[in-house]
Design a binder for this molecule. Structure first.
Ligand code: MG
Length: 302
């Protein structure tokens, strides 16, 4: 089961869901379901993040709603046939928490050692970019790298979450590209400065296309990641090689920061990071989560 947020050609926000019949307009399905079950006061569901915040985002909800509506009417007019534009799976997280050096081979390729505790930094929400959007590289920033990462979306608020309960706080998974102005980051590091700018520019956090409910991912610690630039494989790894797994990451950060529904956690990148250039086409794939595609342009040129 895979879900996504999209805009119709009229600019209306919708949730879509992939089924054997095709892509279905889940916002419309939900409307029929409310009518059928006599839930007139239940909210409309135009965005995935709202579904996550209401704790409705699960494989079970999608399956129940589709089955109930199918019983009393055809799904034919609910199939998405018009063109649409992909939107972010979550559009306004309170924070985007990211891991540095969470894969040994990647730490080594940048001459870094593996940290003694999870090494967190943050990206800013305004850096988010949907599937098929263009990464915009400002003039004069030097080398800019791709970093393909498994991202998870928090579904349940929590602080001081024990490792044993951590997975209950994950609503679902998606794909992120932690775009990094590498030269600028190195300069900042040398001067003992933070990396906020190198990691946080507009469009430097491509995310999507799908949000897959946690229940649909059998083992998030055994997924192959692969990133291609213009069709050539640059990164290939497995989430099995993460230094700190998801329960440890959630337990650690939630000692210091309350996790909110819709928050994003980027779990780090495997080896093979490298530069991107205007004109490149970047495709990041993770088992069962689809492929996140983005072009690259010089800022100011589109
Ligand atoms: Mg990264």
């Amino acid at each position: 089961m895979k879900a996504f947020s999209y805009l119709t050609t009229k600019g209306e926000p919708r949730i879509g869901v992939q089924t054997p019949e095709g892509l279905l307009n889940f916002t419309q399905l939900w409307g029929y379901f409310k009518e059928l079950k006599n839930f007139p006061r239940a909210p409309e569901l135009p965005f995935l993040q709202l579904m996550v915040e209401l704790d409705y985002f699960s494989e079970e909800t999608f399956a129940e709603v589709i089955a109930a509506v199918r019983e009393y009417r055809s799904l034919d007019d609910i199939i998405i046939r018009e063109p649409f534009s992909w939107q972010l799976p979550v559009q306004r997280p309170t924070k985007i928490l990211c891991l540095g050096r969470n894969y040994r081979a990647h730490a080594a390729e940048l001459n870094n050692t593996v940290p003694e505790a999870p090494m967190y930094f943050a990206k800013v929400p305004s850096s988010l970019l949907p599937h098929q959007g263009h990464i915009r590289i400002p003039a004069g920033v030097g080398r800019v790298d791709h970093e393909l990462e498994l991202a998870l979306v928090i579904g349940k608020r929590g602080a001081n979450i024990p490792e044993s309960k951590a997975m209950e706080h994950v609503a679902g998974y998606t794909i992120a590209n932690d775009i990094t102005a590498r030269e600028m980051q190195r300069e900042e590091q040398k001067k003992g400065k933070p990396w906020t700018l190198a990691k946080g520019m507009d469009t430097f956090c491509p995310l999507g296309p799908w949000l897959v409910p946690a229940g649909s991912v059998a083992d998030p610690h055994n997924l192959t990641l692969e990133l291609k630039v213009d069709g050539e494989v640059r990164q290939k790894g497995s989430t099995a090689d993460m230094v700190y797994g998801i329960p440890e990451l959630i337990a650690y950060i939630s000692r210091y920061m309350t996790l909110e529904p819709g928050d994003l956690l980027l779990t780090g990148t495997p080896e093979g990071v490298g530069p991107i250039q205007p004109g490149n086409r970047i495709e990041g794939s993770i088992d069962g989560l689809g492929t996140l595609e983005n072009g690259v342009v010089q800022a100011g040129s589109d």
